[in-house]
Design a protein around this ligand. Structure first.
Ligand SMILES: Cc1cc2nc3c(=O)[nH]c(=O)nc-3n(C[C@H](O)[C@H](O)[C@H](O)COP(=O)(O)OP(=O)(O)OC[C@H]3O[C@@H](n4cnc5c(N)ncnc54)[C@H](O)[C@@H]3O)c2cc1C
Ligand code: FES
Ligand code: FES
Length: 490
C-alpha cells in the first residue's frame, strides 16, 4: 500500500497539508503562529484552563455529518488531526452573501456581558458551541446543570461564571444553525475516507510519525521500532512534552484503525478498544455500570475526555488514575498484541511497580475486557480531590461486595493514591469473606488499615488525611451498601 508523507487536515473549511517537523507542533501553536488565528489563546499549556479550546471532528455521525467536539489544542500535536476538521473561534462567524454575522453563542456572550479581559472568552465560546452541537443534535434542551457541566474545562479569572451561564441559557436552539451543517462538505467527507485508508509515514531528522490504518501495520512498526511511542489522545503525554520533560521523536497514533474503536458486550464482559475516548466510554458504560459513569462524570473536563482514551488512562498507570480502581476490583483484563502473539493479563498483574508494566517492547494494548457485574454485586467508587470538577484525585476507592444471609460472600477492595500503584487489599478481602455484614466488621478493617498502607504527603493531601479518608471509605461503603440491601432485600 502506498504511504503518505504528510498530514492532510481542514481548518475552518480550508484544506491544509502539513509535513516535516511541524507535524509535532501543538495545534494551538500552529493556529496562532502559522495560520494567524490568534483567537485561540494559550494560558496553562497543560489542558487545565480551556483557553485553547477548539472544535474537532474526526468522525462522521449516523446522519452522515461531522461530529464536532471540544478539545484542548495546546496539548494536541498536529499528527492527531490527520483527516479531521478543526473549527477555531474564527470559524464560528457566518460569512455569506448577506455579510458577516457572529455565531449565536458569540452574540449571547456579548449580550449577557460574558467577557471582561476576554482572555478566556474564545475558549468558553468554543466549549459552549460544542455543547450546542451535541444537545441540539440529540433534540434535548439546555439546562443550567448541563451548561455548567459542558463548561467545566474553562476557567475565567475576572468575569465570574454567572453571566456566562446566563449566555448559555439564553440560546434558542431552534434558531441556531449547527456547525456540522454549516461546514458540511461532501467532497471533504469523501476525501476524509480516503485519508483514513492510507497510512502516514513521515521520516525526517531521525524523527518518525506513523499513522497506520491496519493493526498489522501497527504491530509490524512496533516490532521493528521498539522505541516508537504510542500516543492516544496525548492528554498525559502532551502535558509532559509541553513542560519539556519528554520528547517523542518517534510517535505512532492508532486512530485510523477502525477495529480499535470497538465497544461491544456479551453476557459476561464488555470490550473497549484502544482508541475509544473517555467521552465515548462514559456514554456507553451508563447502561452497564452506572457507578463508573458517575466517576467519569467528575473525571477531568469534556475537552480532556473528548480527546483522551480509556486505554491511555490504564497504560499511563498513575496511582491516582480514576478508572483503574474499578478495573482492579472487577478483574478486568488487558489484551496485548505483538506481531507474533496475543495475550491477556489481569490488571492486577499488569502493574509491576510505579509506572512499570508487564508489557513487552513490541506489544500494543488493543483492548480492555471488563467483566459485567453479577446480579447480587453491590459496587461503590469514591474519588476525593481538592475540588469536585477538573481535579486530580488525592485518594480513590473501589469496593464490590456480595452479601448472602447477612454474611459477606464476596468482596474486592482497591485504593488509589496510597502507594506506587493503585492496590488491591487482598489480605483484608480474605479476612472479610465469611464475616458478618455489619458495621463493626468494617470498623475493625478500618482500624487495621495502617498495617496495610503507608500513604505519602504531597501537595494534594497529607499522609494523615489520606489515611483517615481511606478508613472512612470503608464505613461509607458499608453504610451505603446496607441502604441498598435493605431497599432491595437481603
Ligand atoms: C487537565 C487534565 C485533567 C486530567 N484529569 C484526570 C482525572 O480527573 N482523572 C484521571 O485519572 N486522569 C486525568 N488526567 C490524565 C489523562 O487525561 C488520562 O490519563 C487519559 O486517560 C490519558 O489518555 P490519553 O489517550 O490522552 O493518553 P496519552 O497521553 O496519549 O498516553 C498515555 C500513556 O499511554 C500509552 N499508550 C496509549 N495508548 C496505548 C496503547 N494502545 N498501547 C500501549 N500504550 C499506549 C502512551 O504511550 C503513554 O505512555 C487529566 C489530564 C489533564 C491534562
Ligand atoms: S492553554 Fe490551558 S487548556 Fe490549553
Ligand atoms: S474574561 Fe478575563 S479571564 Fe475570563
Amino acid at each position: 500500500m502506498e504511504n503518505r508523507q504528510k498530514i492532510i487536515t481542514t481548518i475552518n473549511s480550508k484544506r491544509i497539508e502539513i509535513d516535516g517537523e511541524r507535524a509535532f507542533m501543538p495545534l494551538a501553536t500552529f493556529l496562532r503562529e502559522e495560520r494567524c488565528l490568534t483567537g485561540t489563546k494559550v494560558v496553562c499549556a497543560e489542558g487545565d484552563c480551556g483557553a485553547c479550546t477548539v472544535l474537532l471532528a474526526r468522525d462522521i455521525g449516523a446522519d452522515g455529518k461531522l461530529t464536532f467536539k471540544a478539545v484542548n489544542s495546546c496539548i494536541m500535536p498536529l499528527y492527531l488531526i490527520d483527516g479531521a476538521h478543526v473549527v477555531s473561534v474564527e470559524g464560528l462567524k457566518k460569512d455569506d452573501n448577506q455579510g458577516e454575522s457572529l455565531h449565536p453563542v458569540q452574540q449571547a456572550m456579548i449580550e449577557n456581558h460574558g467577557a471582561q479581559c476576554g482572555y478566556c472568552t474564545p475558549g468558553f465560546v468554543c466549549a459552549m458551541t460544542a455543547m450546542v452541537e451535541k444537545i441540539k443534535s440529540e433534540n434535548k434542551t439546555i439546562t443550567e446543570k448541563k451548561a455548567k457541566n459542558y463548561l467545566t474545562g474553562n476557567l475565567c479569572r475576572c468575569t465570574g461564571y454567572q453571566p456566562i451561564i446566563k449566555a448559555a441559557m439564553s440560546l434558542d436552539l431552534d434558531k441556531l444553525e449547527l456547525l456540522k451543517d454549516r461546514h458540511h462538505n461532501p467532497n471533504w467527507l469523501l476525501e476524509m475516507k480516503k485519508i483514513k485508508s492510507t497510512p502516514v509515514v513521515m521520516n525526517f531528522n531521525q524523527k518518525t510519525i506513523f499513522l497506520p490504518v491496519t493493526m498489522k501495520q501497527a504491530l509490524e512498526a512496533k516490532s521493528l521500532n521498539n522505541d516508537i511511542r504510542l500516543v492516544g489522545g496525548s492528554t498525559d503525554i502532551g502535558v509532559v512534552v509541553n513542560k519539556g520533560r519528554l520528547e517523542t521523536p518517534k510517535a505512532m497514533a492508532l486512530y485510523h484503525i477502525d477495529e480499535l474503536k470497538i465497544m461491544s458486550h456479551d453476557n459476561s464482559e464488555i470490550r473497549i478498544g484502544a482508541c475509544v475516548t473517555l467521552s465515548e466510554f462514559e456514554d456507553y458504560i451508563e447502561k452497564f455500570i452506572l457507578e463508573l459513569k458517575s466517576i467519569l462524570h467528575i473525571f477531568a473536563s469534556p475537552q480532556i475526555k473528548n480527546q483522551a482514551t480509556l486505554i491511555g488512562n490504564v497504560v499511563n498507570a498513575s496511582p491516582i488514575a480514576d478508572t483503574i480502581p474499578y478495573f482492579l476490583v472487577s478483574d478486568t483484563k488487558v489484551v496485548l498484541k505483538s506481531i507474533h502473539n496475543e495475550r491477556e493479563v489481569l490488571l492486577k498483574d499488569f502493574y509491576l511497580g510505579y509506572k512499570t508494566l508487564d508489557i513487552k517492547p513490541d506489544e500494543i494494548v488493543t483492548c480492555l475486557k471488563i467483566p459485567r457485574l453479577s446480579a447480587l454485586e453491590k459496587l461503590r467508587l469514591y474519588k476525593v480531590s481538592m475540588r469536585k470538577d477538573l481535579d486530580i484525585s488525592a485518594v480513590t476507592f473501589a469496593g464490590t461486595i456480595e452479601v448472602e444471609n447477612l454474611k459477606i460472600k464476596m468482596v474486592r477492595l482497591a485504593l488509589g493514591g496510597v502507594a506506587a500503584t493503585v492496590i488491591r487489599l487482598s489480605q483484608l478481602e480474605s479476612q472479610l469473606i465469611g464475616s458478618d455484614f455489619k458495621r463493626e466488621t468494617f470498623q475493625n478493617i478500618a482500624k487495621q488499615l495502617p498495617q496495610h498502607i503507608s500513604p505519602l504527603s504531597d501537595l494534594r493531601a497529607s499522609k494523615e488525611y489520606r489515611m483517615k479518608l481511606c478508613q472512612n471509605f470503608f464505613l461509607k461503603f458499608f453504610d451505603e451498601v446496607s441502604v441498598d440491601l435493605s431497599n432491595g432485600g437481603y
